[in-house]
Every structure is written in C-alpha cells, then in structure tokens.
Ligand binder design. Sequence first.
Ligand code: ADP
Ligand code: MG
Length: 684
Amino acid sequence: MKLTDIKGIGEKTAGAMGRLGIFDGDDLIHTYPRTYETYEAPMPIYSLKPGTMGVVAGTLAKDAVLNRFHGLTIVNVYLSDMTGRLQISWFNLPYIKNYLKAGSSYVFRGRIYEKNGRLVMNQPKMYSPADYREKFEGHLIPVYPLGKGVTNTVMVKCVGEALKEIPDDDFLEEDILAPLALMKEKEALIRVHFPRNREELTAARKRLSFNDFLLFLLAGKELRDAAKKTASDFRCRPDFRMLGFIAELPFELTKAQADAYKAAARDMSSGNVMNRLVEGDVGSGKTIVAVLAMMYAAFNGYQAAMMAPTEVLARQHAETIQKFFAEGNIDLTVTLLTGSMTAAEKKNAYEAIRDHRVDIVIGTHALFQEKVEYDRLGLVVTDEQHRFGVGQREALSKKGGMPHVLIMSATPIPRTLAIMLYGDLDISIIDVLPSGRVPIKNCVVDPGYRGRAYKFILDEVKKGRQAYVICPAIEKDPEDEMTGGSDLENVLDYTDSLRKIMPENVTVASLHGRMKAQEKDDVMTAFKEGNVQILVSTTVVEVGVDVPNATVMMIENAERFGLAQLHQLRGRVGRGTEQSYCIMVNTSDSEKAAERLDILNKSNDGFHIAEEDLRMRGPGDLFGVRQSGEMLFDLADIYSDADMLKLAKEVTGKLSEEDPGLKDPGHAKIRARLDKYMDRRYTV
Ligand code: ADP
Ligand code: MG
C-alpha cells in the first residue's frame, strides 16, 4: 500500500514520513508507539506535585493577562477550585490569550513546577471539558516517534486509516494460536496502536512479539542449515606475521580477547564456514578481535569486510585500523566505503576492491550494494550486529563463496537467552575489561542539579577533558510548540542554551541523526581531535564511538531510555585512564524510574544490569521503556517478552521437525510470510 493511497496523506506528509524511515502502509502499521500516555481525570489543585504532569479543570474567573519580559511574551491565567489556586503560564504563545476569557471552561494538562514556593503549570495543552472526557480521559494515548512535518496527531490519524486496510487473513492457524491463547494478528495490530486498556495492550503485544520471534527463529534456522552444509572456500593457515603484530600492540591483549581471537582463527582454519558471535560489554575491546581476524584472512590472501551500523563508526574503525597498521608496519591496505562518499570516490573504491588492491574494507550497508564486486571475500565482520540481523550471509554468498562470519555484539544477553536466539552459533564472551581502567562514577540527579553539573563539566573541560550531553529529542516537537510544553530535552535548544552558559572559549557542538553524513563526520572529527569540548547529541553516539579523552557523560531525561541503552551510552566514557563520570538526570517522579536508574547507579557491569532489568520488569511488563538498539525485532523485547521467545522456540522446533522447509500446503501461509520477512530483513 502506497502512503499516498492512505486517506489524509499527501505528497508532503509522505515525504516527511520517508525521513523517518516510513515508506509504505506496512511500515506505518509497524511503526509502533514509543510509549503510551495515560490521561488522568482532572485532579484537585492541592494534590498536584512539582515535576509531574497535572490535569486541572475549571472555569476562569478573570481574563488572561499578557506580559512582555526581555523579548519574551508570557500569558498568565489563574485557575481556582475548592482546594487552591494555580497559576498557568504560556511562553511565546501570545495568541492563546484570546481563548482564555473570564467564564470559559477548560481542562489543562501540563507539567507542574515549583516557583518561589508556589506551584505553576507551564505550557499546558488545553481541551474543552467534553472533548477531554470523551477522547482522552482514561485512555492510553499512543506516543509515536516524530519528526519534522509528522506530529503525533498526524501519526494517530494516518495509522488509524492504514489499519482499516489490513486483510483479515492470519498466517498462523488456530491450531497454533488457540493453545497459546494468542489473539489474531489484525486484532493485535489494532490494539497495540489503540489499546482500550492495559490488558488489551498486553495481549496485543504478546501476539506481535510472538510473530517477531517466530519469524526470526525460522529464518535463522533456514540460514544456518544452509551454512552448515557448506565447506569453506576460504580455509586459512597460521601466519607468523600475526604473532609479531600482537607482540607489538600498544597494549597487551586480555585473556578473553586472546581466546576470542584464537577461537576465530581456529574456526577459519577448520575447513568449515565460521559462524561466531563475540559478545562483550561496552569497552571490553571487541574491535581488536575483529581487526586480528581480518588480518588473518588478509594474510591468507582473502579480502575481509567489516560492516558498522553508522558512518561515524565505520570511519572511526577505518582510522583505528590504519593507525594500528602504520604503527605495526603492516603491509595491508584498508579502505572506507560508505553511502555518503561521492560517486567518484565510490568508483575508485569499487575498482580497488575488484582488483584486490585493498585487503580490508570498512563501511556501512554500502559494502554490499550490487556494484561492489569482491575478489575472494573470505571474512565478514558485523559490528554491533543487533542493528542488522544475522542473515547477511545469504545475500553475500551470491557474491561468490560463503565467507566466514564474525558478529560483534555489545548486547549483554544472558546466556540462556542467547542460546535460545542464536542456537548453534558459536559464542565467545569477553568478560574481562582491559586493565588500568578506572570504574566510572555515577550519579542520578533531579533537574535542579543541572547548574552544578555544568560547573562540574566546565571544571573537567578546564583540565583538558571533554563531555557528552545526551538529549532524547532532536528539536522541539512542533505540536508542543503550538499548544504547550514538552518535557523532553532536545539537542538543538540545549546546544543553544549551553553555549550561553559556557564561557566563550568552550566549544559546544550538536550531533544528531538528521544531519548530513558529512556534517556528522566533521563534528565527530572535531570532537575526536579535541576542537569541540562539549558534544550535545542524541543517541547516535550510543554505539561504538571511542573518544578516550571524554570523561563526562550527562544524560537528560534518563528515565526515557532503556537500561541497556543507558549502559551503552555510559560506555562512551571511562575508555581511557582518567576517572570518568556519568550524570543521569531523572526528570520523572516515578518510583519505578528511580529504582531502575539506581541499578545503573550501583553497577557498571552490563551483564548484571541486563539481569536486574529482566528481574525488575518481568515478563509482560510493558511500560518499561523499550530496550532500543535492539533492532532485531520490530516490537519484541528479548527481556520482557522472554516468555514469548520460549513459546516461539517450541513452535519453531515443532514446525521444523514436522515439515522442514515448510513445504506442506498446510504451511503455505507461513512459508509465504517467512519469504517476505527474509526478503525484507536479509536483502542488503
Ligand atoms: P568495544 O568492545 O566497546 O568495541 P573497543 O574495542 O572500542 O571496545 O575498545 C575500547 C578501548 O579500549 C579502545 O580505546 C581500545 O584501544 C582499548 N583497548 C582494547 N583492548 C585493550 C587492552 N587489552 N588493553 C588496553 N586497552 C585496550
Ligand atoms: Mg565497539
């Protein structure tokens, strides 16, 4: 279904959605709410608490007043009920005054602050009492990922329209669904977007995460069975240059790193195709393991390619490897290949790869575009694989031979879950950190602490160090700008205000996913070289970025992120020998949020954090923030949906026992769905 065929979507909205990665009706339906907001009934003024969302209702006794203050306009109105009086303010929305006349009745929903010992509500959204009662009160309202030109209201409307078009037909029959008490897919899709209550949402999520796991496991099984039967065309033999290089490294490998490399080398020499997962916490030093494996392939006359999830990371890896090779006098050539290179640069790279003038190619998805022809591609490494899926091998084998595959993952999946997901993949776990690391010092603070945090950052900057500040949003939500305040910090405004707060000689820069690749590179390079002291960024720095001189990580709206993601973000500091700090700003007053953040506060161990997270959330706990970064699945979360993973594993086992290859006509619908899934996931 084309986006523009959906009622309410014109070319302009379709374009804006495209920038969010939504290209057709299917994408739209699978753009799940980030979270849900519960709209509560209006509350008495005396019960409001600072730092929370409040809902108040009443009739205005007086007209609103417009004040000007340092070029800012402020509209103030006072609302009274039997229990108290509340000041309500809007900034830079002068026209709103026209609606706020004495005698008019409204419901206001906004964040409550404390000012000079009194409570105020800032930038609330306003509703007519009847509208609020009918459409909002008691409902779970979906909150979607948004961007320029795509407001939440637009998403709600368009998703609603798109849902009307889904056929009733389910790819799973009742004989599978009924014993597991799973609802129909169509019902589940409708209810995950528009749940009437929490129970309904729970049930919908169960079915959809079951789908996610089932398809992932079936596809994985199919790909692995194909790989297993194949002897390797790229058998490697030990090369004396490896030992020399390892001995000359600027650091000594940890035992876990050495073991992981040895295991990979053994696999590559075995005569069969390697299929190994290297799992290690952030900062455990996975890159060098990948570098060693690639060198090993290259010394054996094969090419090696390494795929990174972002251009920033690809460039960083290429530079790191070039530096290693220069320092170790290694006569191997490395090239970068990313989507944002100019046509001429790409053409050069293609030719060099085809003629085997380069041994090691580092890049993004661009590595596997049709135009790239490798010459004896013997090894493919994927870094932070959860951004890709596990099946690139299928597509690659079409490019000549089945390469060895090494997958690097920082997702600290507990072993039991890893085995369920990856089955017979070989796993190396890097469970020791390089020596000489100083444990990161953590703190969780409320927004009132910001001033002190800035002073602390400035002190570190004066010592020559650098800092990251992470915000969950890129810019102000356009809808919020119209009607009221947002409680999410955004990179653009934050950068502006930090520039004003910091002295002039401190350079503050922004980084976010909507910048052009070249701009991102420039900012990252400037940060790496120390020309930028404070980097205000979205989670684009979450994965892999390695700037050992950065010692402070400040995370705004920390409660908005999953624990695994926070741990990844924190992993950007503490990579050198200096003491590093992580400041998590908790802007929520929920006890649960505080308890979750406390887990991170008390531990720097990713495996421990993953386990605690699992324990705290438990299966079926939907309202924890989703583990992002875990893009293997559309919706399922390996932690909180572990029970569905188990069921899907059982069903997969049964299906492949009864009917390997799903050739039985009774399984035709599953077969068709799996083919579609594999096309989508594994065509690179
Ligand atoms: P990750 O596992 O998160 O990908 P990296 O490979 O980026 O971690 O390594 C993090 C940092 O630790 C890098 O700066 C790297 O050079 C350094 N490093 C890796 N291995 C060692 C080691 N054995 N001893 C000291 N430093 C190391
Ligand atoms: Mg890494």
